[in-house]
Design a protein around this ligand. Structure first.
Ligand code: NAD
Length: 251
């Protein structure tokens, strides 16, 4: 039956950036669909665990600005679950500064978290999927700035545009192993990531005016897309970046 195709019962997942915001919402979605989730964040995902229960959601802390924790993350998931089916690359940061003054530090930090670690964690997950001979699902969180330029966020736009391209490359190479690599491009969502933007009355009003849905998105708004792309309902969807944006890109 069609709804069975969306079930994640018996599946195991890693979600990065699970302590708050969109990663918390994605973790909730996967658990509600039946998966066991290992969360990975800079700070402890205690609130997420309280929400979802210890038996469904466990977590580790790791600094994803370097690729050093990649093996530990995969090995922890294997120790806990014995196998891996889903990786969600959600952790990400943004630095705002005029491009003319933009620092090397803000370039490297954003590119490392949003792109470099995302790639090497995806590679490690794909190697595990191949070893299991099971196929798997990789979902990365892209952005409206995978399609548009943005303002004062050069490293963020570069990283998120690259996530969209990389999603296509990896799908091309790994579809033969039964691995689906897709991305979700959230619109403007009310999380820490956009706190500064929402606090700026002019920018906030201009953004809100442009969203056809007439409101900022919430972590809840991503839950359906996350379960779809993590489940067998999307087995023939590969290399695609799905916008969940209240119609922003249609404008
Ligand atoms: P957020 O700031 O609340 O969450 C960011 C997450 O990334 C946190 O869980 C944090 O622990 C994790 N993280 C950041 N740096 C890390 C590091 N060095 N090591 C480990 N974990 C680290 O914001 P959010 O909106 O929930 O962001 C989640 C993702 O969604 C990001 O990739 C962001 O770029 C993307 N996104 C957000 C929006 C939006 O409007 N909020 C829009 C498009 C894309």
């Amino acid at each position: 039956m069609i709804l069975d195709m969306f079930s994640l019962s018996g599946k195991t997942a890693i979600v990065t950036g699970s302590d708050t915001g969109l990663g918390q919402g994605i973790s909730k979605a996967l658990v509600e669909a039946g998966a066991k989730v290992l969360g990975v964040s800079r700070s402890a995902s205690t609130a997420t665990q309280e929400m979802l229960g210890k038996e469904n959601f466990s977590y580790i802390t790791a600094d994803l600005s370097s690729i050093e924790p990649v093996d530990t993350i995969i090995n922890t998931a294997l120790e806990k679950f014995g196998r891996l089916d889903i990786l969600v690359n959600n952790a990400g940061i943004i630095k705002r500064e005029d491009s003319i003054d933009f620092s090397v530090e803000n370039w490297d930090l954003v590119m490392n978290v949003n792109l470099r670690t995302l790639f090497f964690l995806s590679q490690a997950a794909a190697r595990q999927f191949v070893k299991q001979n099971s196929g798997g699902k990789i979902i990365s969180v892209a952005s409206m700035l995978s399609y548009q330029g943005g303002i004062r966020v050069p490293s963020y736009t570069a990283s998120k545009s690259a996530v969209k391209g990389l999603t296509m490359t990896l799908a091309n190479e790994w579809a033969k192993y039964g691995i689906n690599v897709n991305a979700i491009a959230p619109g403007y969502m009310a999380t820490n990531n956009t706190a500064a933007l929402r606090a700026d009355a002019d920018r906030s009003e201009a953004i809100l005016e442009r969203i056809p849905a007439g409101r900022w998105g919430t972590p809840h708004d991503l839950m359906g897309a996350a379960v779809f792309l993590a489940s067998s309902a999307s087995d023939y969807v590969n290399g695609f970046t799905l916008a969940v944006d209240g119609g922003w890109l249609a404008r």
